[in-house]
Design a binder for this molecule. Sequence first.
Ligand SMILES: Cc1cc2nc3c(=O)[nH]c(=O)nc-3n(C[C@H](O)[C@H](O)[C@H](O)COP(=O)(O)O)c2cc1C
Length: 159
Amino acid sequence: MLSEDMKRVVREQRLGFVATVCPDGTPNLSPKGTLIIDGDDRLAFADLASPQTIANLRVNPSVETNVVDQRVRTGYRFKGTATIVADGPELERLVALLNEVLGTEPVPWGDRARVFVSIEVESASALVSPSYAEGASADELASHWRGYWNALWRRTSES
Ligand SMILES: Cc1cc2nc3c(=O)[nH]c(=O)nc-3n(C[C@H](O)[C@H](O)[C@H](O)COP(=O)(O)O)c2cc1C
């Protein structure tokens, strides 16, 4: 289900936007920096400060997450079903996996998480910037966005 390129983007970007459904049918979207790959068909993230996401998933386990490679403006969307993992050997396994994937510096996030969300990915598809349809290449976009981020970084560091 998860291709090597999907795994690469998740591993490199270290940030996914996770959408769930509120009981009143409205969407709920929030970022998760602990989003990790768990094998060939699962994603997981740690609940560190996500009360609404967790409450929604307890009622409706449908979930979608997007991860975009900011350099080349492509990415993936993953749709699936979530399981809340709050104790037992599965929690211990996810704590260890998160610490291994993210490292424990500056913070061992796995140790901070009392609850994980494990996602069985049921469909995965590519996200592609419309810039490609206008004829831009990955190299051109990477060069453009490198300039943009470098300039922003310089401007905000100076102020
Ligand atoms: C860059 C970034 C990464 C974050 N990573 C996580 C995370 O991995 N786990 C988590 O529970 N909250 C994380 N948060 C915090 C939640 O996104 C934030 O508390 C949000 O308001 C939770 O909303 P929710 O209750 O609707 O899920 C992160 C926030 C940011 C800005």
